[in-house]
Design a protein around this ligand. Sequence first.
Ligand code: FPP
Length: 253
Amino acid sequence: MVIRTTPKNEVPKELQGAHIPRHIAIIMDGNGRWARQQGFRRVFGHQSGAESVREITRECARLGVGRLTLYAFSADNWKRPQREIDFLMGLLKKYLVQERGEIMDNHIRFTAVGRLDALPANVMEELRRTKEISAANSGMTLCLALNYGARQELVDALRRIGRDIKSGQVDPERVDETLIGRYLYDPEAPDPDLLIRTGGDVRVSNFLLWQISYTELFVTPVMWPEFKKQHLHEAILDFSRRERRFGAIAESE
Ligand code: FPP
């Protein structure tokens, strides 16, 4: 079972006894709709969404979650108007610079997955710096999925496997699930235990398709800028009540 329990003093009352997921992945949806509902431009939703990123990251680290993966920019998000893309990239760069202190204070190890080479050079540079300074931290891993698509990740993995087969480093008969896992963007990452999607849409939007085969899904109508720690606790409590069988049957049967 890939779950653990945090030290009692760190756990809020409503989560006492709950199983804390080892890896939580989040599709942070609803920024634009939330801003529109408030009478603002969509980008205001992204700006407010960055506040939720801060609060949820801090809370996950405090609860003892091992890894938090946030879907911050999908490979399909390039289809958005250029000014929204520019705003998101600017916000990301600002976040990486401003949050470095918070990341270090919370002993967070920062990483990113996706086709990172296609990001603006200044964002890539800040990603590199944040990764570098936090590499030795032993607390939670915070992973941003940027220019990320699960199908693209599998294409990239298969290309590399194909090359290694061609050069004789890999025997095609030995290609199995474990080997494929080693060619994914972050081979060390455990599969998510819990996938949260905010904004109410019930779909997975090309996120971690290989890794979520047995992940518990939690969809909430709450828009991402309004998703705060009490909503995270609700999701964890819900997760905690589920029986995960991984294709087997219940122990009592
Ligand atoms: C989806 O909302 C969200 C995004 C495409 C970007 C996520 C970005 C943030 C949460 C803010 C910045 C992140 C970091 C890490 C600083 P949407 O605009 O698709 O919402 P909608 O479905 O209401 O249109």
